[in-house]
Write a protein that binds this ligand. Structure first.
Ligand SMILES: [Zn+2]
Length: 139
């Protein structure tokens, strides 16, 4: 064990936090290395999580890109999409939908990213619930 990776250790050291369930799949130690400028290979979801933390620390996109092994435009894109990790394997990356918001009900202007898919799923769930209520009221 080293002091550098101990949670609750040196205050200058940036720690990866666990506030969302998907972080269970992330290597938090690897993320911490990236946060603190150590060279490390990260998966894309790990890069995004690290970028989000660094953004919260006020680093600019270029500096964030250097730490996580990406470029400023990619980092900006992650932030624009709410730091959502890209969907596993089959889900496409978010497309440019202008000023519209990803994740609203239905596919947003043809975007099939995870946020938009989840929005569509939730919308159809609500539609089914409404139809069910209607049928029950009629019966
Ligand atoms: Zn989308």
């Amino acid at each position: 064990m080293t002091a550098a990776t101990r949670i609750g250790g040196d205050r200058a050291y940036i720690h990866a936090s666990t506030t969302r369930t998907y972080e269970d799949d992330l290597d938090l130690i690897a993320i911490e290395y990236a946060l603190n400028g150590e060279p490390v290979q990260l998966t894309v979801p790990e890069k995004i999580r690290a970028a989000q933390i660094l953004d919260g620390r006020g680093l600019d996109f270029s500096a964030i890109g250097r730490r996580v092994g990406s470029d400023r435009n990619t980092v900006a894109g992650w932030k624009a999409h709410g730091w959502q990790p890209p969907p596993v394997d089959t889900d496409p990356l978010p497309i440019d939908i202008g000023r519209s918001q990803h994740g609203r009900c239905g596919y947003t202007k043809g975007c099939r990213c995870r946020a938009c898919k989840d929005g569509a799923k939730e919308a159809s769930r609500q539609q089914r619930a409404k139809a069910r209520a209607k049928r029950q009221a009629a019966a």
